[in-house]
Design a protein around this ligand. Structure first.
Ligand SMILES: *Cc1c(COP(=O)(O)O)cnc(C)c1O
Length: 411
């Protein structure tokens, strides 16, 4: 386990927590700059998975036996850790999901019976497809229509335009806290307050924010907040939907099955209380428990320390990358996090990504599940380098060398 000092992180010690960072890729030391797609896992998260299946495995919430009780306690304990981390008022406002996509679909599905033709929903121009498509499907089912908050060249939402499309007809607003393609940190507190003035509910996609900045769901007064564990040092296949108690009571369940019922007969079934109403079937028990372990890990480092170090990396990388002739950064918001999307004049992003891969550097290329952003800039895609607290300035220097090498080969 690493030692985090107040206001500083011992990056060398932290890197030793992540076994994958010691491996070679294509004969070179791995430089992992695809953190916006998924983060790497520290040893204690990996150990917690092995520990669960070695010593704790049992089904939860239904066993009379001790092992089941222990597994249930560990799972519910993780829920409380998540409640505290996001400062929810109640632990039953934390619903375990399989990830952000699942959480959004749960809410979109729940609103099917609450919307009417003529109702309006508001999305932003910089959403991940998972915060667009479920709502389009909801519109098809209900006859509601979708309006879009536009963005400017810097990749910032135009709030004055948002104010114009908000009305009494608006029922729901859904925006990401941080854009995975541009790194923009959106002014969600203001967006939420303005929606509430018209009685509209707000869902915030926190998938990209949760690894970098701490969200306080009560201070934000947000109705729904969704995240994935795998982007914040946890395992894949687990996440949470935070929902205000009143909303979760109002929404119908997403799936029917075991675990989510109070009583079942062929005449009538009554649903279980929160959170179980939304947790049909055997959940990802190990994933939920280990999500709690990952939360402990990042809290030990300190979210503020993480944010401040990642900001240094962002500043340094921005400065170094802009030294490269012909390189253009997409997403230059004043308030942004450690994601840099860029292109080089005359070169397809995929070609740069492939050459970087040969050098052991993992970046993402393409539309980053956010095609409307690419359409806005009239580009097929970008190269995206996204940094985490275990990355270093030396790795950024190596990236810059790699890009220059790629340029020399391709131009
Ligand atoms: C990764 C991501 C998602 C999707 O998360 P899944 O874990 O794939 O469900 C949604 N929105 C944003 C902003 C993301 O970065």
């Amino acid at each position: 386990m690493s030692t985090a000092h107040i206001n500083t992180l011992d990056i060398k010690a932290i890197r030793n927590d992540f076994p994958i960072l010691a491996r070679m890729v294509n004969g070179k030391p791995l430089v992992y700059f695809d953190n916006a797609a998924t983060s790497q896992k520290p040893q204690l998260v990996i150990d917690a998975i092995v520990h669960y299946y070695s010593y704790l495995n049992a089904n939860i919430h239904r066993g009379v036996h001790s092992l089941s009780q222990e597994a249930t306690d560990a799972y519910e304990n993780a829920r409380i850790k998540l409640q505290k981390h996001f400062n929810a008022a109640h632990s039953h406002e934390i619903i375990f999901t399989s990830g952000t996509t699942h959480g959004i679909n749960m809410v979109a599905n729940g609103f099917s019976s609450l919307l009417n033709k003529g109702d309006e929903l508001i999305v932003s121009a910089m959403e991940h497809h998972s915060n667009i498509v479920p709502w389009q499907m909801l519109c098809e089912r209900t006859g509601a229509t979708l309006k879009v908050i536009p963005m400017n060249e810097n990749g910032e939402l135009v709030i004055s335009e948002y104010e114009k499309i908000l009305s009494e007809k608006t029922k729901l607003v859904f925006v990401n806290h941080i854009s995975n393609a541009l790194g923009t940190i959106n002014p969600i507190k203001d967006i939420i307050r303005k929606a509430h003035a018209f009685g509209a509910a707000v869902l915030i996609d926190g998938a990209q924010a949760a690894p970098h900045i701490k969200a306080d769901v009560q201070a934000l007064d947000v109705d729904f907040y969704v995240v994935s564990a795998h982007k914040m040092c946890g395992p894949t296949g687990v996440g949470i939907l935070y929902g205000k108690e009143a909303w979760l009571k109002k929404l119908p369940p997403y799936q029917g099955g075991g675990e989510m019922i109070a009583e079942v007969s062929f005449e009538k079934t009554t649903y279980a209380d929160l959170p179980h109403k939304f947790e049909a079937g055997t959940p990802n028990i190990c994933g939920g428990i280990v999500f709690g372990t990952a939360i402990d890990y990042i809290n030990k480092l300190g979210m503020e320390n993480i944010a401040s170090y990642e900001n240094q990396l962002l500043e340094y990388a921005t400065k170094r990358l802009l030294e490269i002739n012909g390189l253009k950064i997409y997403g230059t918001a004043t308030n942004k996090t450690s994601v840099i999307s860029f292109n080089i004049d005359g070169i397809h992003p995929y070609d740069i990504g492939s050459i970087l891969d040969k050098l052991g550097i993992a970046v993402r290329t393409g539309h980053h599940c956010a095609q409307p952003i690419m359409d806005f800039y009239k580009i097929p895609g970008t190269v995206r380098a996204s940094f985490s607290f275990y990355n270093t300035k030396e790795e950024i220097d190596y990236l810059v060398e790699g890009i220059i090498q790629a340029k020399n080969m391709l131009l």
